[in-house]
Design a protein around this ligand. Structure first.
Ligand SMILES: NC(=O)c1ccc[n+]([C@@H]2O[C@H](COP(=O)([O-])OP(=O)(O)OC[C@H]3O[C@@H](n4cnc5c(N)ncnc54)[C@H](OP(=O)(O)O)[C@@H]3O)[C@@H](O)[C@H]2O)c1
Length: 290
């Protein structure tokens, strides 16, 4: 959204208390050009149509950024109705409210819309084929978006706020001599603060369509755990690789073996991609262990 000097652009952010939501609030609040309306689960349940329409039409934002979602992947598997009520129907409500005030929606979606069987990284135009309820519900959310909306797919999100794998790895490293992580699921670790900066850029530039937005550097969880220990100044050889099939009991929701999202649309648009994940990882570990 190219803004004339002095004009304030009003951004409504759903799921504002989450990992990504809280970084979006911080990123948009960091300049004088944006006014942030932060709504979270407690204020506005996106599954509640009246609440969503009321929140959007009473504040008339210029854009709606929508990371709010039920992200508990295994719990979604056991309660498909709730997963679709929040992630699909909730996104329908957000799209409807935004349509009423003429605001574009910037939806945050996931690598789980793919089944992970492709040998190469996924590009934005690859066919989707979710293998979990969570992935299917997020894909259904994508399909609720109007054509002028923006769909940001990301993966393996870690950040300062909320629970994530960096915090889990550091905790386990403090409790055990050795750690086991799977070596047959690969992805692009993505840091919520970097992701928020790129989403803000997409909002400011009003770029519609689907974009894969991740930090760069594809690793397995095993390799990522090693990198976390390196960033924390610990011995990475304490991490041992294990196959997903050997993890018992198996988790309710299948995980894609290949979660690597090629940021092809950004690359082809000439937009500089986010840093290699080791840069924000070092920053985050420093902040968490300070
Ligand atoms: N985390 C990842 O690795 C990852 C990877 C790919 C894509 N994504 C996507 O990125 C987005 C942000 O994820 P995140 O990591 O920031 O997850 P998160 O920390 O779980 O944040 C999601 C937020 O949505 C809120 N929420 C849940 N149900 C809601 C409802 N019915 N109405 C309104 N808000 C609701 C949550 O509030 P409560 O906690 O209070 O319920 C939370 O504040 C999601 O759309 C997710 O699908 C995440």
């Amino acid at each position: 959204m190219g803004t004339p000097e002095g004009l304030i652009v009003r951004i409504l952010i759903t799921g504002a208390g989450g990992q990504v939501g809280s970084e979006l609030v911080a990123t948009f609040s960091a300049d004088d050009h944006h006014e942030v309306i932060a709504v979270d689960h407690a204020t506005v349940d996106v599954a509640d149509r009246d609440a969503v329409l009321g929140a959007i039409t009473s504040t008339r934002p210029d854009a709606v950024v929508h990371p709010g979602a039920w992200t508990a992947v295994d719990a979604c598997e056991g309660d498909p109705d709730q997963a679709f009520a929040v992630n699909a129907l909730g996104t329908r409500h957000v799209a409807e409210g935004a349509r009423r005030v003429g605001a574009p929606v910037f939806y945050v979606s996931t690598d789980y819309v793919f089944d992970g069987t492709k040998a190469e990284p996924y590009i934005e135009w690859d066919d989707t084929s979710p293998s979990s309820v969570y992935g299917a519900s997020k894909l259904a959310g994508e399909r609720e978006l109007d054509p002028g909306s923006t769909n940001v797919r990301t993966s393996w999100v870690c950040g300062y706020h909320g629970g994530n794998m960096v915090k889990t790895i550091l905790r386990l490293a403090g409790e055990h001599d050795t750690l086991s992580f799977v070596d047959d699921q690969r992805g692009h670790p993505t840091f919520a603060d970097d992701l928020a900066v790129m989403i803000k850029r997409l909002v400011v530039e009003r770029r519609p369509g689907t974009f894969h937005v991740t930090n760069q550097g594809a690793v397995s969880w095993y390799e990522f755990a090693r990198e976390v220990l390196i960033a924390a100044g610990q011995d990475p050889d304490r991490v041992t690789p294990v196959a997903t099939a050997d993890l018992l009991p198996a988790r309710p929701a299948p995980r894609p073996a290949n979660s690597v999202l090629d940021n092809a649309a950004l690359r082809m648009s000439g937009v500089a991609l986010l840093d290699d994940f080791r840069v924000p990882l070092t920053r985050l570990v420093g902040r968490l262990t300070a």
